[in-house]
Write a protein that binds this ligand. Sequence first.
Ligand SMILES: N[C@@H](CCC(=O)N[C@@H](CS)C(=O)NCC(=O)O)C(=O)O
Length: 235
Amino acid sequence: MPPITLYSWPTPNGITASITLEELGLQYKVEPINIFTKTQKEDWFLKINPNGRIPAIVDGDQRVFESGAIMLYLADKYDGERKISYAPGSPEYVEQLSWLMFQVGGVGPMMAQAEHFRLFANTRSDYGIKRYVDETKRLYSVLDSRLRESPYLAGSKYTIADIANYSWVQIGPVALELDLSEWPALAKWVEEIKQREAVKRGLVIPDSWMSPEQMAERFKDFRAKIDGMVNTDVR
Ligand SMILES: N[C@@H](CCC(=O)N[C@@H](CS)C(=O)NCC(=O)O)C(=O)O
């Protein structure tokens, strides 16, 4: 039995962990956590992630939750060859850390709110949509500026900082109708990362969900439902 178990669902946060595991070529077992049936809130899972969200991993006796912590843990423990990370103590390590935190504190939470208001809310708030979609676009511009001066976020090498940000940015066109050609360096970086075999594998772990085409259709329906509602912002 491999020592690592991944508890996940193929969402932007979930795939940060599976892509990292795939890039490192690690053996691991996958436990699908269906977030639509609230498996993530069950008592047994809260012992693994007290926050009741995916992803999480268990490695032997060690639990790790929060996508950023999982990526750093895996890189520290298993990336001795520095395939997808920089060594602690180097200037590039600090860049990698900075762009990783930029995702976990910025791109992830802001895009999640944008998706909430644009796709899943049970009321229509034009204010909420604009606030979080505009913030997402601003963050994309920050990434685009960085990628105009550097091939990858931390420097000359693809790292966990790229995996973290890619996992969210790639869903922007499908979920929020964002046109990546507005950010040419970001679009080029997305296209390049998409071609990586480990990324292709990591995107569909666990494979229990829907195809990208079905998801695009579903999201279109969700947007149409919100568009059909009356704006309920307080004036
Ligand atoms: N800060 C957490 C966020 C995790 C998160 O929000 N995961 C979502 C899926 S992308 C989830 O589990 N949602 C189900 C829920 O909120 O109950 C991380 O980076 O791991």
